[in-house]
Design a protein around this ligand. Structure first.
Ligand code: ARG
Length: 590
């Protein structure tokens, strides 16, 4: 594994060296290099520098140009001063291809590890027990999975936590109902595949949930028994806990089925729900109270914030413990922070959760900081926006109910099947089904990831499975087309030929290929997978102009054929690697 310096790094260095040689007092100044369409790169740093040194920027730029080695054997082919004092820089074809060849040699495509990786705990995909998963859980799962992959690829140690909603008063109601109706969750062993087993499990849970809720709302005596049941549940009474386990296990069958369809790996050991922190809650309360971070108000244990007020102008506290002694969502989140920082030794805590919970996390983080459990800036909510319907309102069924995640995924796969079937010539039925799943699920994931996280987006399946535009299908087809060319090439394998002059479309593609590492670094530093989707879409677009302008297998001589095949292969590998980091498959045939 060898990391390969990018061309930007090489050019940066050349400019820096020339600058230091021309003007020793300017050594170490940032040349402010960026990609440009005038040349390959433009350096704008001379302007600020000249201002600082009270000189003329064009003159300064001219001095730097004089000191820059260009031409045969040098990384830089050409450099000139333009405008008020920019440097326009063109790299040599040879160094471009040599750099790409070094990338191709490496399994990681020359992408370096982060210089000082740490430990991140990422809290994502946290559905609620006994409830259906909805589009919000889709977002958390898809974004969390991509961020987790991108971070791991950078060398970060990533600990996954699925903070499922498996605790709280509704479990008093559910377990009490099962005590009184002991056989409601019983069933014959579920036949068929995970999908059907999951559906059947959810149907049973729905039935129990609805029935117990109806009773709870109509029967005062049951309501009282249900409330009382929370006490034995939270203090570990065996009979109650067994029933609770039955409910959780049933839900896990359902979750597993959804994850399988979504093609994400969720490991059992990472599912550490709210209940897991039950034993720590008393200590959380004690410590917060004794340190004065939290105070009793009408019997409840509260934390107050100067800038958090309700519509009536009164402060809205974070409630750690209710007046009846019960614990809520805030208490488990506080206990989880102590565990993640104290025991798991995390440097960074990420929470992939709906933006509508932003206030909750702000208050929880602030509380944990005041208590000294959380270093400042160590926790961050990756807050995502809402999925909307065509009407621009939160996505609902016609009947106004939340859309079940499974229904939505089924529909995406169906639409994808139509697309695959139309294009497929040599695929059998089984392959069509497999590809339809890869295309349909990929489309849903990509559409979610390609929007910047905090923005709402409209769930539009037609657009998502479209073959043109910024979609995963477009990228998957680009990949498959390259593989088909590579197969057709047969004997004539890919091989880099740095001695060949490059056509403009080859250079544009090559320069973009070289930016993969920078893209990944910025996606992992900012936790923004959409930087990667934008890069990959750019790559596929540049590849298609290259393909139009530069015949590959019919090129004039064998060396050009081999060099173009080399560009094709590196493009396919980069697309494949990038999509894999987004959790999206790129089959070799489509
Ligand atoms: N279960 C919650 C929901 O469905 C999300 C949990 C988010 N994570 C957390 N640590 N609070 O809305």
């Amino acid at each position: 594994m060898a990391s390969v310096p990018s061309l930007a790094t090489t050019v940066d260095q050349c400019v820096g060296d020339a600058l230091a040689a021309a003007l020793p007092e300017a050594a170490g100044a940032d040349p402010l290099l960026r990609r440009s369409d005038r040349a390959d790169f433009q350096a704008n740093g001379m302007l600020a520098l000249a201002k600082k040194l009270k000189g003329n920027p064009r003159e300064l730029a001219g001095l730097v140009v004089e000191r820059m080695a260009t031409g045969a054997g040098e990384p830089i082919a050409q450099v000139e001063v333009s405008g008020p004092g920019f440097l326009n820089i063109t790299v040599s074809d040879e160094v471009l291809v040599t750099t790409l060849a070094a990338r191709a040699e490496d399994a990681r495509l020359g992408v370096p590890y982060a210089p000082s990786p740490g430990t991140t705990v990422i809290d994502y995909s946290q559905p609620n027990v006994a409830k259906e998963m909805h589009v919000g859980h889709l977002r958390s799962t898809v974004i969390g999975d991509a961020v987790m992959r991108i971070l791991e690829h950078s060398g970060e140690k990533v600990i996954r936590r699925h903070h499922i909603g498996d605790w709280g008063t509704q479990f008093g109601m559910l377990t009490q109902y099962l005590i009184e109706n002991p056989h409601e969750l019983d069933h014959e062993s579920d036949a068929a595949g995970a999908g059907e087993a999951g559906e059947a499990a959810m149907a049973r849970l729905n039935r129990v949930y609805k029935a117990s809720r109806a009773l709870f709302d109509s029967d005062e005596a049951f309501k009282a028994r249900a409330r009382d049941r929370v006490v034995p549940l939270q203090s570990g009474d065996k009979e109650t806990l067994d029933l609770w386990h039955k409910i959780v296990d049933e839900s896990k069958i359902y979750f597993r089925a959804v994850y399988e369809q979504l093609d994400v790996e969720i490991r059992d050991e990472d599912v550490v729900g709210e209940s897991a922190y039950n034993d720590d809650l008393q200590q959380v309360v004690k410590d917060l109270e004794s340190s004065g971070v939290a105070v009793r108000s009408d019997g409840a244990l509260c934390v107050f914030f100067d800038d958090v007020k309700g519509p009536d102008g009164n402060p809205t506290p974070l409630i750690v413990q209710k007046s009846n002694g019960g614990f809520g969502y805030a208490a488990t989140d506080l206990a989880a922070i102590r565990d993640r920082i104290g025991k798991l030794h995390a440097d960074t805590l990420l929470y992939v959760v709906d933006v509508r919970q932003a206030l909750h996390f702000r208050m929880v983080f602030e509380t944990a900081q005041r208590a000294g459990w959380l270093p400042e800036g160590a926790a961050k909510q990756l807050a995502f926006g809402t999925v909307l319907g065509d009407d621009g309102k939160p996505f609902k069924t016609r009947a106004g109910e939340t859309v079940r995640l499974v229904d939505l995924l089924d529909e995406a796969v169906q639409r994808a099947e139509a697309v695959v079937r139309e294009k497929a010539r040599d695929l059998g039925e089984e392959e069509i089904a497999e590809r339809a799943a890869q295309v349909g699920i990929g489309a849903v994931k990509y559409a979610d990831l390609s929007n910047s996280m905090s923005r709402d987006y409209v769930f539009d399946l037609d657009r998502m499975v479209s073959l043109s535009g910024d979609t995963s299908v477009y990228l998957q087809y680009a990949c498959a087309r390259i593989h088909s060319i590579l197969r057709k090439a047969g004997e004539a394998g890919p091989r880099a030929h740095p001695e060949l002059p490059l056509a403009p479309a080859e250079r544009a593609l090559g320069l973009h290929l070289d930016e993969f590492a920078q893209t990944l670094a910025s996606a992992s530093q900012t936790y923004e997978p959409h930087r990667l989707t934008a890069y990959l879409y750019g790559l596929a677009t540049l590849y298609s102009s290259f393909y139009e302008q530069c015949p590959v297998l019919k090129a004039e001589d064998p060396a050009t054929v081999a060099n173009r095949l080399f560009l094709c292969e590196l493009t396919a590998r980069t697309l494949h690697q990038g999509m894999e980091l987004l959790g999206i498959r790129t089959p070799e045939r489509l």
